[in-house]
Design a protein around this ligand. Structure first.
Ligand SMILES: [Zn+2]
Length: 197
């Protein structure tokens, strides 16, 4: 019988970390600060790739969910930080549409610009705004493949009512990527690798 389910889970330390962290998350910068710290902790603990995300209540700043890149530990190529954060938020709100299940607009804050997969997922997630740290070019710089998406992707999302803010604490987010690369962190699906088959 083929498998009938799969599981994506955050490392156990995440819940304790969030509980202990003083979290003023009013501004996009404060929200990004939390996400970059989360990514750095993930790298320090060697629990996955150097990417983190979180879904916030855009009005109050409450953290609805966290996300980390857990591709290697889950064995699932889809397990990017944004997908994990959006999925956990949807589970929390019991709705596949975050614009319907939440009492206030929700915002996705991600330590790096979404790749082509996560860009696609954002369309139907119900998220109302996206805040990004590092650029795709920064991610490619350390060897990851980001896939292809329209160059004017923020405009495409804006046309759907999803506002995008880029380069928030970009240097700090890039610092996490660099430290991961310096540590010899796993670069899966490296850029430039010919497609299999
Ligand atoms: Zn992605």
């Amino acid at each position: 019988m083929p498998r009938t389910q799969f599981t994506i889970a955050l490392p156990d330390w995440c819940a304790v970390w969030l509980e202990e962290r003083p979290a003023p998350c009013v501004t996009p910068q404060q929200r990004m600060r939390l996400v970059v710290e989360l990514a750095q902790r993930h790298v320090d603990r060697q629990t996955g790739g150097p990417f983190a995300a979180a879904v916030f209540d855009a009005t109050s700043g409450r953290v609805v969910s966290l996300g980390l890149n857990v591709v290697a530990r889950s064995g699932l190529s889809i397990a990017h930080a944004e997908i994990v954060a959006l999925s956990l938020a949807q589970g929390e709100l019991q709705s596949f549409d975050l614009s319907a299940g939440a009492s206030a607009p929700l915002q996705l804050v991600t330590s790096a610009e979404p790749c082509c997969q996560c860009y696609g997922a954002i369309h139907w997630s119900g998220i109302r705004s996206v805040v990004c740290g590092a650029r795709a070019s920064d991610v490619r710089q350390i060897g990851f493949d980001e896939g292809d998406k329209p160059l004017d992707w923020p405009d495409h999302l804006a046309a759907r009512g999803i506002a995008v803010q880029q380069d928030v604490l970009r240097e700090d987010a890039v610092g996490v990527l660099r430290r991961y690369a310096e540590q010899g962190g796993l670069i899966y699906n490296p850029a430039g690798r010919p497609a299999a088959g």
